[in-house]
Design a protein around this ligand. Structure first.
Ligand SMILES: NCc1[nH]cc(CCC(=O)O)c1CC(=O)O
Length: 332
């Protein structure tokens, strides 16, 4: 008999992340986990679920299972969760964040500086595309989709040991010079050996919440005093929670979904000073606005306020127009 059930999406990254959290919760006294793979949204999403979804459509079915009691715990990549927290659910733990940086995986060991002119770099993220073109306007961007192994396989000459049965378009293997991915995902999957450069955040700011996991439970579970909730408290890292909360407060204020060309990174120093860096880029990378703000913060509210203040500075400088989103005007 297991002591708690933990739900995950079925991708390699999702099951790996869930395994990490399940083991950590056990080690912190939550007992034995049972892992349940929750089918993709297409299998279970109904009308009402769509309301949970939006940009978080991938998380929606997992969240539904927490709400209906099918699992006690769900593990998400924080950056994939919409900023609005659904009723009845609570992010009970945000474990210590890992590498926040985007990484380049390029053929022949290339880095951003020495990729040949005209090289084709794959990413599905407007944020990565815009910052890439800002740094290297001579490169070309290919819009790519799919899970991590599928995207890696697009790089010329790159050989993965195991085939990914769910992958699409194997005929397109090796058609790109490079791809950009989150370093944290590759690290967790044990695929670090393919990284040819960890891109400095001065060059490319990550997505709000990148590199952090969100461990979600129902509000009822969160309110109880149980071995599980005590373990969740152990797993939660306040410095990470404050940092990602500042980034997400900024994102919310700028009304940027995951599709906005917006990067943000907050870091809490040991002395309690929080520094937030953010960039809004025009989709073609030709214009960008970069700002930062720092403040001593005593609590989560202070972190949220700093993120909002920086968002207001960016908005005042024209960030919404630059990104092609305009909170006051028409939807893009
Ligand atoms: N959008 C997919 C996604 N969601 C979280 C990660 C990586 C792990 C993380 O950021 O914590 C990835 C893959 C990627 O961006 O390369």
């Amino acid at each position: 008999m297991s002591d708690f059930r933990i739900g995950t999406r079925g991708s390699a990254l999702a099951t790996t992340q869930t395994g990490i959290v399940a083991r950590a919760l056990s080690a912190a006294g939550a007992g034995d986990p049972e892992t349940l793979i929750v089918k993709t949204e297409g299998d279970v999403v109904t009308g009402s679920l769509a309301a949970l979804g939006g940009t978080g459509v991938f998380a929606a079915s997992l969240r539904q299972r927490v709400l209906d009691g099918g699992v006690e715990v769900a593990v998400h990549s924080l950056k994939d969760l919409p900023v609005a927290q659904p009723e009845g659910l609570s992010i009970a733990a945000i474990p210590t964040r890992e590498d926040v940086r985007d990484v380049l995986v390029a053929r022949d060991g290339h880095t951003l500086d020495n990729l040949p002119t005209g090289s084709v770099v794959g990413t599905g993220s407007p944020r990565r595309a815009a910052q890439l073109l800002a740094a290297r306007p001579d490169l070309r961007v290919a819009d790519i989709r799919g899970n991590v192994p599928t995207r890696l396989r697009r790089v010329k000459g790159l050989v993965l040991e195991h085939d990914d049965p769910g992958s699409v378009g194997r005929e397109r293997a090796g058609d790109l010079d490079a791809v950009i991915l989150a370093g944290a995902g590759l690290d967790r999957l044990g695929l670090q050996r393919f990284v040819t450069e960890r891109i400095d955040p001065h060059v490319m700011l990550p997505a709000p919440g990148q590199g952090a996991l969100a461990v979600e439970v129902s509000s009822a579970t969160a309110a109880a005093d149980s071995p599980l909730t005590r373990a969740l408290l152990v797993l939660d890292d306040a410095a990470t929670r404050w940092a990602v909360s500042a980034e997400r407060a900024l994102l919310a204020r700028l009304e940027g979904g995951c599709a906005a060309p917006l990067g943000a990174l907050a870091v809490l120093s040991r002395t309690g000073s929080l520094r937030v860096d953010a960039v809004a880029v025009s989709p073609d990378g030709s214009r960008s606005l970069r700002r930062h703000a720092s403040a001593q913060v005593q609590d989560l509210a202070g972190a949220l306020a700093l993120g909002e203040r920086l968002a207001d500075e960016l908005l005042a400088a024209g960030a919404a127009q630059l990104m092609g989103t305009n909170p006051e005007g028409e939807k893009p």
